[in-house]
Write a protein that binds this ligand. Structure first.
Ligand SMILES: NC(=O)c1ccc[n+]([C@@H]2O[C@H](COP(=O)([O-])OP(=O)(O)OC[C@H]3O[C@@H](n4cnc5c(N)ncnc54)[C@H](O)[C@@H]3O)[C@@H](O)[C@H]2O)c1
Length: 464
């Protein structure tokens, strides 16, 4: 299609886990729009132009290939692309601040603010700016102030369109979302801008799933959605600890309560804990927001969700240590999975990172296995790399090991030949199922000592 034929020119700043897949989906569904994704990271942009995408996400390459070169483009040229586009999505990272006021809780907005200043510097026409990143409430107002301080007489409308996709199922979530939320100011131009964004998604998503709200509600809803999801995981994890004390089975409890339609059955799998770049960061962001407004009880309530997650990860390592006769020193421990969840290469805030660090402190010989995340694992653990083994093949990772800890729910770990694995392990052989995905009774019958989460331990000798 020639340049003139495009009916909208959309730019996205930030080609990460959100910017890349979201824009690929818009481009695939809307051939009449030109969609360009820019990033300051040249290697990442080159990877987006190749068949070795910078992130692993099932189905993503197919969607990218449908549109790339037709109406989907990847570039490092920020200025030119800002000038050319009418709508700019900003999807840069907003990590937890590590320094100064709010360190450890509030969002670090430096990348975000730089985008606002870059847009203001290069723009030559009015634009709609869409917040895709997850941000503290009222960031849109700050952005509007920065942008409106221009001496070119330009007008910018800010729209909040938080992303609800989950890594691992991003393509399915983008193609068929439960809802898309679009918030704006309720002024005439704000409502017009809101409608322009609704129009994009209406190309493939039914109108009744395109929800609109004011700016602050949209910004807050994203923080609240992630906090509620994480809260469910922490709630069931807290119960898993109790189940282990009273010989209850957390899966049976989850099934029984999940049958209640008021509770529902999703997000009730007990595990070693949640990870990922968003849950902890977004909850802490909410906590900081509450503290800022003096709502200390509300802040403490939500902070306990993170504390429970830390407790669960710690409890998992303690279980390994005490089962292995209170010493893991020099013992070979194979970790099955390093990604924070299945079907992604993302390792940010992965429980596996915490478990590895703790085991390294105890001088264990850790062998990390993962089908997609070994590259990221090596980067995360670069300080320890001389002491850690990385082995993609789980059979080789488990060979001569004293214990296996399952940390990511990859399907492939359900399907392994555990008889073969058992034969090649040191005895007594232990397996710690941090995701409750294995057939525990069968493993026990093979000879393993089995430690699931929130279920009775299956052991061949008396626990001391
Ligand atoms: N990852 C998820 O599952 C997910 C889901 C929903 C929302 N979010 C939110 O979306 C936002 C982005 O998350 P992500 O996981 O895609 O992050 P990411 O780190 O994968 O990607 C962000 C990208 O922005 C680029 N960038 C930073 N500053 C830039 C600048 N000034 N100009 C151009 N590029 C710049 C970085 O190089 C990086 O490639 C965050 O606010 C996050 O909370 C993430």
């Amino acid at each position: 299609m020639s340049e003139e034929k495009f009916t909208k020119r959309i730019l996205c700043i930030g080609a990460g886990y959100v910017g890349g897949p979201t824009m690929a989906m818009i481009a695939a569904k809307c051939p009449k729009y030109k969609v360009t994704v820019v990033d300051i990271n040249e290697d990442k942009i080159n990877a987006w132009k190749s068949d070795e995408l910078p992130i692993y996400e099932p189905g993503l390459l197919e969607v990218v290939k449908q549109a790339r070169g037709r109406n989907l483009f990847f570039s490092t040229e920020l200025e030119k692309n800002i000038k050319e586009s009418e709508i700019i999505f900003v999807s840069v990272n907003t990590p937890t601040k590590t320094f100064g006021e709010g360190a450890g809780k509030s969002a670090d907005l430096q990348y975000w603010e730089k985008c606002a200043r870059d847009i203001r510097g290069s723009a030559e026409s009015d634009k709609i700016i869409v917040e895709k990143s997850t941000l503290p409430v009222k960031t849109a107002i700050a952005m509007e102030r920065i942008l409106s301080e221009n001496d070119k007489g330009l007008h910018f409308d800010i729209v909040s369109n938080p992303e609800f996709l989950a890594e691992g199922t991003a393509i399915r979530d983008l193609e068929n979302p439960d809802r898309v939320l679009i918030g704006s100011k309720e002024t005439e131009s704000g409502l017009k801008a809101r409608e322009s964004i609704v129009e994009i998604f209406a190309n493939w998503i039914p109108r009744d799933r395109l929800i609109t709200s004011n700016l602050m509600s949209a910004e807050l809803s994203k923080l609240v959605a992630n906090s509620f999801l994480a809260q469910r995981i922490s709630s069931i994890n807290s119960i898993s600890a109790l189940c282990e004390k009273v010989d209850a089975d957390v899966s049976e409890v989850a099934f029984a309560i999940g049958k209640d339609s008021r509770i529902g059955n999703r997000f009730l799998n007990a595990s070693v804990g949640f990870g990922g770049s968003c849950f902890k960061k977004d909850i802490l962001n909410l906590v900081y927001l509450c503290e800022t407004f003096g709502l200390y009880e509300v802040a403490a309530y939500w902070e306990s969700v993170v504390k429970m997650n830390d407790y669960q990860q710690n409890r998992f390592v303690q279980t390994i240590n005490s089962a292995l006769f209170n010493t893991v020193t020099n013992k070979r421990i194979a970790l099955f999975g390093f990604a924070f969840k299945a079907n992604t290469s993302d390792t940010r805030e992965s429980p596996a990172f915490y478990v590895t660090k703790k085991l390294m402190e105890e001088k264990a010989h850790v062998v990390i296995s993962d089908p997609k995340a070994l590259k990221n694992a090596k980067m995360d653990l670069k300080g320890f790399n001389d002491l850690i083994e990385y082995e993609e093949d789980p059979y080789k990772a488990a060979h001569k090991s004293h214990a296996i800890a399952v940390l990511t729910e990859w399907d492939l770990y359900r399907e392994l030949d555990y008889e073969k694995i058992y034969k090649e392990m040191e005895k007594p052989a232990f397996i710690f199922d941090g995701r409750n995905i294995l057939d525990h009774q069968k493993l026990f019958e093979i000879g393993f000592n089995v430690y699931p989460i929130g279920k009775p331990h299956l052991i061949h000798f008396k626990e001391v």
